[in-house]
Design a protein around this ligand. Structure first.
Ligand code: NAP
Length: 256
C-alpha cells in the first residue's frame, strides 16, 4: 500500500481520517489537505486506498494511507503505531468510518435483528472508541488535538422525539441508536479530556451524496460531499476558543 510521501519536516498538523478512501471521508481529507494539513487516510482496502491517495496527491494534498479496519483491534493498534513511526505526531482524528446496513441491505431487514445492531455498533461506536483510544497518546502530545466524531441528526434524540423535525419520520433503529451512542461518547470524552489540549466534538454533515444510504442515495441527497466536508473541517481545525463536547451542523448547534 502507498505509504508516505516525503514532505519536508514542518510543524504542520497531521490528521487521520478513518474511512478516508471514499465519500465524506475522502472529501474531508481533501478539505484538510487544502489547509496544509498532512492527511493520513485509514482504509481497509488496499486498492481503494491507493486510488484515493493518488487522487489526493494530484489535488496537491500531502497524503498517505494506513491499513485500518476499525472493527479489527490489531489493525487499529498497527495503524496507531505506524502513524507514530512515520509521522511522529497526530493532531486531528476524524472518526468518519461508518455503516448503515439498514439502507444498503439487499434483503428485507428485521429492524430488531441483534446481528444488525452488533455490526452497526461495532463499526460506528466501538470502532470510534478503539481508534480514539489507540491514538489518544499522540493527540495528547499535540498542542491542539482535535477529535471529530462524524455523527448525524439521525442520532439526535431531540429530533427523533420532535414531530416537527424533518428527521422524526425516519426510523432506522440500529443506525440511529449507534449515532446516539457516538454522541454520548462525545460528551463523556470531552469531559474526561477537559483541562487537556484535546477537544472532542460531534458533527452532522447533512444528507450527503455518498453510497451510505443505499443505491438511490446519491441522486436523492441534496449535499455534495465536498460541501458536507466543510463542517467536519471546521471542527477539525477549530481554534483554542472553540467548544468541546458540542454537536453542530452547517447551520450551528444541533439538539442532542
Ligand atoms: P460511505 O460513502 O459509505 O463511506 C463509508 C466509509 O467508511 C468508507 O470509506 C468505508 O470503507 C468506511 N468503513 C466502513 N466500515 C469500515 C470499517 N470497519 N473500517 C474502516 N473503514 C470502514 O459513507 P459516507 O456517507 O461517506 O459516511 C461517512 C460518515 O458520515 C459515516 O459515519 C456516516 O454515518 C456519516 N454520515 C453520513 C451521512 C450521509 O448522508 N451520507 C449523513 C450523516 C452522517 P470501504 O470503502 O472499505 O467500505
Amino acid at each position: 500500500m502507498t505509504t508516505t510521501n516525503t514532505k519536508p519536516t514542518t510543524n504542520e498538523r497531521v490528521a487521520l481520517v478513518t474511512g478516508g478512501n471514499r465519500g465524506l471521508g475522502l472529501a474531508t481529507a481533501r478539505r484538510l489537505g487544502r489547509e496544509g494539513v498532512t492527511v493520513v487516510i485509514g482504509a481497509r482496502d488496499e486498492t481503494r486506498a491507493r486510488a484515493a491517495v493518488l487522487g489526493l496527491r494530484e489535488a496537491g494534498v500531502w497524503a498517505s494511507a494506513v491499513p485500518l479496519d476499525v472493527d479489527d483491534d490489531a489493525s487499529v493498534t498497527d495503524a496507531a503505531e505506524r502513524i507514530r513511526r512515520e509521522h511522529g505526531r497526530l493532531d486531528i482524528l476524524v472518526n468518519n468510518a461508518g455503516i448503515l446496513p439498514e439502507a444498503t441491505a439487499t434483503d428485507a431487514v428485521d429492524p430488531l435483528d441483534p446481528d444488525l445492531f452488533w455490526r452497526t455498533f461495532r463499526t460506528n461506536v466501538l470502532g470510534a472508541v478503539a481508534v480514539t483510544a489507540a491514538v489518544l497518546p499522540l493527540l495528547l502530545e499535540s498542542d491542539r488535538g482535535r477529535v471529530v466524531n462524524v455523527s448525524s441528526r439521525m442520532g439526535s434524540l431531540s429530533d427523533q422525539l420532535d414531530p416537527a423535525s424533518p428527521y422524526h419520520s425516519l426510523v432506522v433503529p440500529a443506525y440511529q441508536s449507534s449515532k446516539a451512542a457516538l454522541n454520548g461518547l462525545t460528551i463523556a470524552l470531552a469531559k474526561k479530556l477537559a483541562g487537556t489540549t484535546v477537544k472532542v466534538n460531534a458533527v452532522c454533515p447533512g444528507w450527503v451524496q455518498t453510497d451510505l444510504g443505499g443505491p438511490d442515495n446519491r441522486a436523492a441527497a441534496p449535499t455534495p460531499a465536498d460541501e458536507a466536508a466543510e463542517v467536519v473541517a471546521r471542527a477539525a481545525l477549530m481554534g483554542e476558543a472553540g467548544p468541546s463536547g458540542s454537536f453542530f451542523d452547517a447551520d450551528g448547534p444541533v439538539p442532542w
